[in-house]
Design a protein around this ligand. Structure first.
Ligand code: ZN
Length: 202
């Protein structure tokens, strides 16, 4: 956000710095997306382009989510997977995920990111390990652009060596997604995920 923003009158400002400061009637002042000052409201610049009255609220740094699979947001409430353990849950959902495409990936990520934003999270990772039906990492990147969270994009490995134990769980068509053959001119590996980048010599 360009311009200035003043958040004032927070019942408690928690800085989470080394001193663990807790400031009653706190606030902060932002200029061009950079926090210039935090402290008691009375010490902040008196005017700003935009002002938020945080009376009755706690003001603290955004939360960080270090592990998420945003593409799963749309399938959180599938009855067959609700009380299942891991592989039962996977068996229920993989057939659904195998029919996902770019639109579902985009929407699922956007809903998940919006939920995070509404619950105070300002930075997340996203471990994405399925690319069915032409889905690309770019679909979820586009979703994040609209919501505005900071995030770390991770093209992830599904289940690691446990991938072998996932036979019968992961539909064949999903195992084959990723397009390794088409993109790189060779057979895809059993796990559908991208290959590690080659290390440079030296
Ligand atoms: Zn995970």
């Amino acid at each position: 956000m360009q311009g200035t923003l003043r958040v004032k009158n927070a019942t408690l400002l928690v800085t989470m710095d080394d001193e663990h400061c807790r400031i009653a009637d706190g606030g902060l002042f932002v200029r061009d997306n950079v926090i210039e000052a935090v402290g008691p409201t009375a010490t902040l610049p008196a005017t700003a382009d935009r002002s938020i009255d945080a009376r009755g609220m706690v003001l603290l740094p955004g939360l960080v989510n270090t592990h998420h699979h945003l593409y799963q947001t749309l399938t959180r409430a599938v009855p067959g997977g609700q009380d299942a353990l891991l592989f039962g849950w996977l068996k229920t959902l993989y057939p659904i995920w195998s029919r996902f495409g770019p639109d579902e990936m985009f929407t699922s990520a956007q809903v998940g990111l919006a939920e995070l934003a509404l619950s105070g999270c300002t930075m997340t990772s996203d471990h994405l390990y399925l690319y069915p039906n032409g889905s690309r990492l770019d679909d979820t990147i586009a979703a994040a652009g609209d919501v505005g969270l900071r995030w770390a994009r991770i093209r992830a490995q599904r289940l690691g060596r446990a991938g072998a134990g996932a036979r019968g769980v992961v539909p064949r068509r999903v195992r084959r997604v990723g397009g390794a053959r088409a993109r790189r001119g060779r057979r895809p590996r059993r796990n559908d995920v991208p290959q590690r980048p080659r290390r440079r010599a030296g």
